[in-house]
Design a binder for this molecule. Structure first.
Ligand code: 5RP
Length: 272
């Protein structure tokens, strides 16, 4: 692996812990103005708490201050809306654009078990081949086909396929048997949070995933749809980087929720 690739990966995975808290705010690329992301100003105070921001080029260009310290992983796939056949996704953003935006990684979805799974897998293969010419890590997101369960067998299949095709990082959903999924995937796995859960449940899922070998999270709704987004990202961060339990992290969330807006002011000071 060359310097550029390793340097970019070190902007995603915190070198102090080898893990990452990625903040996913790309949902609008197929869901439109999702709850919590209607006004992207809401996510600005969260950014200093993340190791890496996962977003589209439209959001980066229009809503994010280029002076942020947090690295960026660029969503480069899209096409169908939530109303259409999601597996028809294609690559929508070029490598040149990723380099121009100073991305530390690029991400696309694969739809194993869905109608056009083969197309998304060959897109991944082409993207990896191109990205490797520039030392750019590729994050493959294992979106779940409508008819597929989120069980270890299916998720294990999708993660392993992504790694075999060449993804450098895999993002997937937590499921029972996650140790097995991690053990059979030769590249780092991060978990998406999925639909909004009660805060304690989301933190327990994070603890379980990290204990099972996940290298962190690329989490969106369970952070930005929380009643205390800053409390949640700090809590998630404490599990990922400091090994706190979900119960300990929940305490951080509650304290932050109580202290309210003063949290924003200190946000930039509190990275691990
Ligand atoms: C959408 C995505 C999101 O980035 C991903 O689902 C993470 O967000 P959440 O934690 O809300 O699931 O890839 O396709």
């Amino acid at each position: 692996m060359d310097f550029g690739m390793r340097n970019r990966l070190s902007k995603i995975f915190n070198p102090r812990t080898g893990k990452t808290v990625m903040l996913a705010v790309d949902h609008g690329y197929f869901q439109g103005p999702t709850t919590g992301l209607k006004d992207m100003g809401n996510i600005i105070p969260l950014i200093p708490h993340a190791d890496c921001l996962f977003a589209t080029r439209g959001i980066l260009r229009n809503c994010i201050d280029p002076k942020i310290d947090t690295s960026v992983c660029l969503r480069v796939s899209g096409g169908p809306s939530i109303l259409g056949e999601l597996s028809k996704e294609d690559i929508t953003t070029s490598m040149e654009e990723a380099l121009r935006l100073n991305a530390s990684g690029i991400g696309m979805s694969i739809f194993v078990g869905a109608k056009n799974e083969d197309r998304t897998i060959s897109n991944l293969g082409r993207l990896v081949s191109e990205a490797e010419r520039y030392g750019m890590p590729v994050l493959a997101i294992t979106a779940v086909g409508k008819d597929m369960g989120r069980d270890a067998r299916y998720i294990g299949l999708a993660c392993r396929m992504a790694a075999e095709i060449g993804a450098h990082i895999v993002k997937t959903y937590y499921s029972e048997g996650f140790e097995e999924i991690v053990a059979s995937c030769p590249v780092p796995i991060v978990i998406a949070g999925g639909k909004k859960l009660p805060e304690m449940d989301a933190l327990q899922m994070t603890e379980n995933a990290v204990k099972a070998g996940a290298k962190g999270v690329d989490m969106g709704r369970n952070i930005f749809q929380s009643d205390s987004p800053i409390g949640m990202i700090k809590a998630v961060r404490s599990i990922v980087h400091k090994g706190l339990t979900a119960a300990e992290a929940f305490d951080i969330y509650q304290k932050s929720k109580k202290s309210g807006v003063s949290e924003n002011i200190n946000a930039a000071m509190e990275k691990v």
